[in-house]
Design a protein around this ligand. Structure first.
Ligand SMILES: Nc1ncnc2c1ncn2[C@@H]1O[C@H](COP(=O)(O)OP(=O)(O)OP(=O)(O)O)[C@@H](O)[C@H]1O
Length: 772
């Protein structure tokens, strides 16, 4: 029943006067939302709001309703609803919040007293280890719906750290690892919650400002025992270790030089594959083994538990290979320490050595390249490691114990005595040129099915004259033919280092080669104009010749004269530049603007720019290229372009053949000249190659441009064939015999443009030498 209307104001239904009773208020929907009517005696428990016709009725319980019916005026119906809603939300939120807090408290307490948890952050390598393990053990998961797909690789070596002697990087394996969020797994009867979560916003780190996403894995087990979590982590670790069984961990300094990064986990080179003379390898291995197992011995005598080896010897004698094999054999991590980083200072070096992986072998390569040239400028060097800084870091008080330091050098004589004194380099181990025993062992490794030829091979190799790298190259070249390897060994001659110095004195060295290697190629045109093509044409007294060709600089005159006289320091500059020389020269000039990976890339570029197959770049030549380069990247191009200059007098091939006394009437050489020859290629060299039945790799000679290549190829073949024809004729090979033997198309193709007669003679000779 509707009562009489009385006006009064309230903000919302809750502001109605309180009294235990129930009533309904009704509002005419059509009217503005401010008018309500109150009715006595609504049924208790009626719905909160109903709509009928034009009326909206709201049931109120427990509110005072005036004895008379009241006309209620709401200040603003919308406002009231919003207010009510807000209040309701607030109440609900508070209630929810309180509930949440209560539950959290209970959960925390329960977790505290009933669960065990462990968190592993991604700053620790355990994070990845655990993820890898879980990725491989899908069977453990009770629930997991989010995975991240990744390619996992065993070997992660970067190109500048891989010399190709260790296991090749694999293509990787697709794995699905647990993604961010919650997962449940069962481990040895226990239920474990796995929560992969982020630890905040990404940050950048390192010199290259790489993004780093802090993250963690929290493992929670519903038990007070640590055992399930501990065993899970241990199992992950053990799985990782067993996966690396027999592999060497290779560390390098990180980009900021703040610590060590694992650069690769690789199958090491087998210890037996590095052949040292006599029992040297076994002896050094035993020494290193004794060292690593003698901590107590050192401690008892108060001696720092450290040992150092200096491996010295010519390039390619196996210094680096031996260290890698040694690390593999001992099962120790190998830390490559490069001192050329500009981020490295004395203090940083000390601290990184202090945090180097425990029981590691620390390898400091080409130590002469870093310091020989730098000692004088120590005081002015504001960045980088000073010589005294290195000495202190190697054996200072903060230096780590239990590590074996191995330094390598090609020039022991250049090293400061302080660096290689006992305590820093306790043992100096010389790896020299290949002995006969080494040659024998190497041959057996390459040709296990023809061991009987090994002594013959060793006898053919000049004793202690060639590097193992050179012999390895020869064996690789003939890897399918042991007999050919022995034959090729017979043609190896001379001492590598002696050859270098003798080569410079050979009278038939072309003048352009000679000047180029002396770093004086600027005088080439003048020498060519003066008709000086060979060193043999130079008089003993160089003064007048130098005046005539315009060589005025006293240092240049002295260099030429010194070379002719075989002066040691000049011969040293004339010798082929080693990688260590390239590295040292680049560092000397561009030290501050080159970082380690870039340096190695530059060294590689320069090494590649030097035309393989021809005489390698000399130290003088390299010095000149480095001096001419305004950026380190230019060196390779400059050195390479000098090597390819068409420097020789463009003497026609026909004239050349006549001068050499070689018949060339039947050769297609009319429009070809000597300048078409690739640099460093001599007719005799090619004739020899043809007799040896070897194809000529034109790409290897640095000829890529088709037109030039064709002309050069034609010229080379013509000259080679002319030279060959003369030699065959001298040995009495008749044309008839030769033609009879010419059947093979491949052979004909090999001799290309050369006439059938010459070609056939060559075939006859090859057949005689049993090479066809
Ligand atoms: N004693 C050896 N036994 C087997 N292989 C060898 C030996 N010496 C060198 N080699 C081979 O020659 C190549 C170069 O060897 P390595 O880099 O170890 O020489 P290195 O003395 O360190 O040279 P560098 O002084 O120029 O750095 C490698 O591929 C290696 O296999």
């Amino acid at each position: 029943m509707e009562g009489r209307v009385q006006s009064f104001v309230f903000a919302s239904e809750r502001h109605l006067p309180r009294r235990a009773d129930t009533c309904s208020i009704r509002k005419c929907v059509r009217q503005p939302a401010t008018t309500w009517k109150v009715r006595h005696g609504s049924t208790p428990g009626a719905t909160a709001m109903t709509k009928a016709g034009n009326w909206e009725t709201r049931t109120l319980r427990g509110f005072l309703v005036a004895p008379r019916a009241a006309r209620l005026r709401i200040m603003d119906g919308t406002f009231g609803s919003v207010l009510m809603g807000t209040l309701a939300v607030m109440v609900l939120t508070s209630a929810g919040g309180a509930l949440y807090l209560a539950l959290k408290l209970i959960a925390d307490q329960a977790t505290r007293y009933l669960c065990t948890s462990v968190t592993v952050t991604n700053r620790d390598e355990m994070h990845d280890t655990l993820l890898r393990f879980l990725s491989a053990r899908k069977d453990l998961f009770v629930s997991a719906d989010k995975f991240v797909a990744e390619i996992h690789k065993e070997s992660t070596a970067k190109w500048w750290q891989d010399d190709g002697t260790m296991a090749k990087a694999d293509a990787g394996q697709l794995v699905l690892r647990p993604g961010t969020g919650h997962h449940v797994l069962r481990w040895r009867g226990a239920t474990i919650w796995l929560h992969c979560h982020s630890l905040g916003s990404p940050m950048t780190q390192g010199f290259h400002r790489k993004p780093f996403f802090p993250a963690a894995i929290t493992l929670t087990a519903l038990t007070r025992s640590r055992a399930p979590l501990q065993t899970l982590l241990e199992a992950a670790r053990a799985a990782a270790e067993s996966g690396k069984d027999g592999k060497t961990k290779v560390y390098v300094l990180d980009a900021w030089c703040e610590g060590w990064d694992v650069a690769a986990v690789k199958a090491p080179r087998s210890f037996d594959s590095v052949v040292l003379d006599g029992s040297l390898a076994a002896n050094v291995l035993a020494d290193a083994r004794t060292f690593f197992s003698s901590q107590a011995w050192y401690v008892a005598r108060g001696i720092p538990w450290r040992r150092g080896f200096l491996l010295h010897g010519p390039p390619g004698t196996g210094k680096t290979s031996f260290v890698q094999a040694l690390a593999g054999e001992l099962g120790k991590p190998l830390c490559f320490l490069s001192l050329s980083s500009q981020h490295l200072s004395d203090e940083i070096l000390t601290s990184v050595l202090a945090v180097a992986p425990h029981n590691a072998i620390l390898l400091l390569e080409d130590v002469d390249a870093v310091f020989v040239e730098r000692r004088a400028s120590d005081s002015s060097a504001r960045r980088g490691v000073s010589f005294s800084g290195l000495l202190n870091a190697l054996d200072g008080v903060a230096s780590q114990e239990g590590r074996l330091l191995i330094m390598t050098t090609n020039h022991k004589d250049k090293l400061d005595a302080a660096l290689i004194r006992p305590g820093r380099a306790d043992r100096h181990i010389e790896l020299g040129y290949a002995s006969q025993a080494q040659a024998t062992a190497l041959f057996r490794i390459f040709f296990p099915t023809a061991p009987e030829l090994a002594p013959e091979f060793a006898a053919a190799v000049p004793p202690c004259a060639l590097s193992m790298a050179r012999l390895q190259g020869l064996c690789m070249e003939h890897r399918n033919d042991a007999v050919a390897a022995v034959t090729a060994a017979r043609s190896l001659g001379g001492h590598e280092s002696e050859l270098e110095s003798k080569a410079c004195l050979l009278n038939d060295t072309p003048i352009d080669e000679w000047l180029l290697r002396l770093g004086l190629h600027r005088y080439l045109p003048a020498f060519a104009r003066a008709g000086l093509d060979y060193v043999s044409q130079l008089p003993a007294e160089l003064g007048p010749t130098c005046d005539a060709v315009g060589v005025k600089h006293p240092a240049h005159v002295a260099r030429m004269a010194g070379m002719l006289a075989g002066a040691r320091d000049v011969v040293r500059g004339y010798r082929a530049a080693s990688r260590a020389d390239i590295r040292a020269l680049i560092l000397r000039r561009f030290r501050c603007s080159v970082d380690p990976p870039q340096l190695e890339a530059l060294v590689n570029d320069v090494a590649v720019a030097i035309t393989p197959g021809s005489t390698p770049i000399s130290v003088f030549e390299l010095e000149a290229a480095v001096a001419a380069a305004s950026e380190p990247e230019d060196i390779a191009a400059i050195a390479g372009s000098w090597r390819k200059l068409p420097l020789r007098t463009p003497e026609p091939i026909a004239a050349f053949c006549a001068r050499m006394g070689v018949p060339c009437d039947d050769l297609l050489v009319d429009d070809l000249s000597l300048s078409d020859l690739p640099h460093g290629v001599t007719p005799d060299m090619l004739a020899d190659r043809m007799v040896d039945g070897l194809a000529i790799d034109w790409a290897e000679l640095g000829l890529t441009e088709v037109g030039v290549q064709w002309r050069a190829e034609a010229a080379v073949r013509a000259i080679a064939a002319a030279s060959l024809a003369a030699r065959l004729a001298a040995r009495g090979v008749t044309d008839t015999d030769a033609l009879a033997l010419l059947a093979d198309d491949d052979v004909r193709r090999m001799f290309g443009l050369v006439s059938a007669v010459v070609c056939a003679r060559a075939v006859a000779e090859l057949a005689r030498a049993k090479l066809l």
